[in-house]
Ligand binder design. Structure first.
Ligand code: DAH
Length: 343
């Protein structure tokens, strides 16, 4: 019997030493010490041992059990350590490697410029009003002193939805809608999409405008000039100057076209400004008395100034973009230049 016990111990020693994973170890432990394991089986043989030798046999088997358990415990510790080291190695992070760049989305240049313009005028106390894009002939033209068959209608290539309904060709109908509802003092900015049947490098059938309107007692062209000077210096740069040129719009009297010093050559003359040093940026004027009266505002008491600028045009001047179509192609390479991805 003693030989059998020693043989089992030797076999266990050899087997345990060769174990290389916790899984193998668990299986082997069952083989020796489990309910039907080899060591347990020895104890079950007790009944075949002569009574006088039973005590000695029992002690030997218990000693064997303890030794085998100790061997397992020792090997288990070693295997755990090995496995932990391996997992540290496997999961190690090299903190000296470059991180992966996180890509940010960015606003479209038209939205950047629109937000900038809105911020400037809101800072001056303007409120925002957004009118409908599908507009009646009355608001788009007639109330603005452009009667049916008036030659001024040819200034804008209109998309007609029906005889009396159009896609608005400008944001100026916003003026009328505001003045009908609100009595002076009025200081409103009206941004939005407008539509014209026109399509080339500097025109798009859909584009964006911002309309400005100030109505109060004693408003003059000087107020317009002061307002626009401050505006262009924030949108372009501090040294930008404005110039008012006489023009004609049915809804303003007098009417002006406003030029700014060229953002590229600062007035010296270049390709962008066609050698003149100036670039036209918007139309404006003193609100025609007829328009005030159409909206129920007493033109002997109140006067107003109005201006309308294209967001595309302003964006193209600000960033030196030669073709309006690049603003609508959604070429990601182009758009990313306006974000911080390439930093
Ligand atoms: N509505 C004009 C256009 O789209 C722009 C404009 C000119 C707006 C003069 C105004 C203004 O408010 O006073 O061409």
């Amino acid at each position: 019997m003693q030989e059998k016990i020693e043989g089992l111990l030797a076999a266990a020693k050899e087997e345990i030493a060769a174990l290389s994973s916790s899984r193998e170890l668990a299986e082997c432990k069952v083989k020796y010490l489990g309910k039907t394991g080899l060591v347990t089986a020895l104890l079950k043989q007790m009944k075949d041992i002569p009574p006088e030798k039973r005590s000695e046999f029992g002690k030997s088997v218990n000693a064997l059990k303890e030794q085998v358990s100790a061997l397992f415990e020792e090997r288990e510790k070693a295997i755990r350590k090995e496995e932990m080291e391996k997992s540290f190695e496997r999961e190690a992070v090299d903190v000296t490697l470059d991180g992966k760049a996180v890509k940010f989305g960015n606003l479209h240049p038209l939205n950047i410029v629109r937000n900038l313009i809105i911020d400037v005028f809101v800072g001056m106390g303007f409120e925002i009003f957004e009118g409908p894009e599908i507009e009646s002939d009355y608001y788009c033209f007639q109330a603005l002193n452009i009667p049916k068959d008036h030659p001024a209608r040819d200034m804008q290539d209109t998309f007609y939805v029906s005889d009396n309904i159009v896609l608005r060709t400008h944001t100026s109908p916003g003026q009328v809608r505001v003045m009908e509802k609100k009595k002076p003092p009025i200081k409103v900015l009206s941004p939005g999409r407008v539509y014209r049947a026109d399509d080339d490098a500097s025109h798009s059938p859909m584009f964006h405008q911002i309309e400005g309107l100030v109505v109060d007692k004693g408003i003059t062209l000087c107020d317009l000039k002061g307002l626009l000077d401050e505006f262009v210096q924030i949108i372009f740069d501090k040294d930008t100057k404005t110039r008012l040129r006489p023009s004609y719009f049915p809804f303003t009297e007098p009417s002006v076209e406003v030029d700014v010093t060229c953002s590229e050559c600062h007035g010296a003359g270049c390709r962008l400004c066609k050698g003149t040093g100036w670039i036209e940026i918007l139309g404006a004027g003193v609100v025609n008395k007829k328009v005030l009266e159409n909206c129920g505002i007493d033109s002997d008491v109140y006067s107003g100034l109005a201006f309308g600028l294209g967001i595309e045009r302003t964006t193209m001047i600000k960033y030196g973009i030669p073709d309006i179509r690049t603003l609508f192609e959604n070429n990601v390479k182009f758009l990313r230049q306006f974000g911080r991805n390439d930093r």
